[in-house]
Design a protein around this ligand. Structure first.
Ligand SMILES: [Cu+2]
Length: 136
């Protein structure tokens, strides 16, 4: 109960910091990674995400128990499965923001439709992948 309250407080603080920073980051639903090792969410610097607009995401990574995952190695990938093509850019994590947050820069989607954005997360010998569906 106490841990849950602390997490809730941390999230409120994180939300407040995002608002206070003056950037309109829009948060998404949380996703479980494929093997269940992580709970991951992201916030986009633009909302709605426009076509051909270069922007960034803040990725938040927690363990299945809700503890922030620090110092993970994260590889970014994705594309449009229905069109058999990948991303038009090579987005990557450029900054470890602490508290389980990571800055992902270089995101740009060049056409409307169903995108899939994948993050391969590796930390302390644990490796798992999370896939976000994004309909533009
Ligand atoms: Cu396409």
């Amino acid at each position: 109960m106490r841990a849950a309250n602390r997490r809730c407080l941390t999230r409120m603080l994180a939300a407040w910091l995002i608002v206070a920073s003056g950037m309109a980051f829009a948060a998404t639903d949380e996703m479980h990674s494929a093997a269940g090792a992580f709970r991951v969410s992201y916030a986009s610097s633009i909302d709605p995400i426009g076509i051909n607009e270069m922007h960034e995401w803040t990725l938040h990574v927690e363990t299945a128990e809700g503890e922030p995952v620090e110092d993970a190695e994260i590889a970014v990938g994705g594309g449009m499965p229905a069109h058999n093509h990948g991303l038009p850019t090579a987005p990557r994590v450029t900054e470890n923001l602490g508290g389980g947050d990571y800055r992902v820069q270089g995101l740009r989607f060049h056409m409307r439709g169903q995108w899939l954005i994948t993050f391969e997360i590796r930390v302390s010998g644990i490796e798992d992948t999370v896939k976000f569906k994004l309909k533009l």
